[in-house]
Design a protein around this ligand. Structure first.
Ligand code: NAP
Length: 195
């Protein structure tokens, strides 16, 4: 079985962005040692248009994921500035009930039975996993399908904002795996779902 991994950036108090989801206050931390780690360990989670800017060579292999899933609101962040295939190096899926036609032939839309489609993808053969990019709504809907969390915590407190999971209260247990800290205060923790 392939894993569904929610690889996500958040504040110390667990918000993935401001109340509308904008996390741009954290961008100043994506530098130096932490940026080099991201480029080396998770290049596929960096949008394709940023690769040349960051010095990532075209054709750099995916290391963890071969598929990315976004909710429409997350996909819209790129779409609104004309980016229709932000992760062209991955298989791209977007959950939406309102968008009738995909803006890009590389992007598959999922309108019905999201959980069923994710289970199909997880059952496919392959060495690499599925990256749940976000946002909050879709992560809340898929919370019980998530096998792994990779949480990039930036050293900021937001006080309020968009939660990591848009769902109801119900504790779920995860086992702590790898923990990496960086000189600028960013922390990356990996957790595996206990079932
Ligand atoms: N900090 C980070 O690392 C990070 C990562 C990703 C995103 N974000 C932020 O998260 C924000 C967006 O989060 P969000 O919670 O507003 O929205 P979202 O989860 O990205 O997208 C929600 C949309 O997905 C579709 N959807 C949800 N469940 C579905 C289902 N079962 N079947 C089919 N379609 C479904 C619906 O689209 P329709 O309305 O078309 O039906 C829904 O409106 C953005 O601002 C983005 O910047 C942050």
């Amino acid at each position: 079985m392939r894993k569904l991994t929610y690889f996500i950036a958040c504040s110390i108090d667990g918000f993935i962005g401001d109340p509308k989801g904008d996390g741009s206050s954290t961008y100043a931390y994506v530098t130096g040692e932490f940026l080099e780690y991201l480029k080396a360990e998770y290049p596929e989670t960096i949008a394709a248009h940023a690769w040349p800017v960051l010095g990532i060579e075209a054709g750099t292999p995916n290391r963890h994921y071969d598929t990315v899933l976004q909710g429409l609101n997350s996909y819209r962040v790129g779409l609104d500035v004309g980016i229709t295939s932000p992760y062209a190096h991955l298989r791209e899926l977007v959950a939406t009930r309102s968008l009738a036609e995909s803006p890009d032939p590389h992007v598959e839309l999922i309108a019905d039975d999201l959980v069923g489609r994710i289970r199909e993808l997880k059952a496919e053969d392959g060495p690499l996993d599925i990256w749940l990019c976000g946002g909050s709504t879709i992560a809340g809907e898929l919370i019980d399908e998530i096998d792994e969390l990779v949480i990039k915590t930036y050293p900021q407190v937001f006080g309020a904002g968009m939660p990591m999971f848009g769902t109801d209260f119900a504790p779920r247990d995860f086992a702590l795996g790898d923990v990496r800290s960086f000189d600028n205060g960013v922390l990356v923790r990996t957790y595996t779902r206990k079932r």
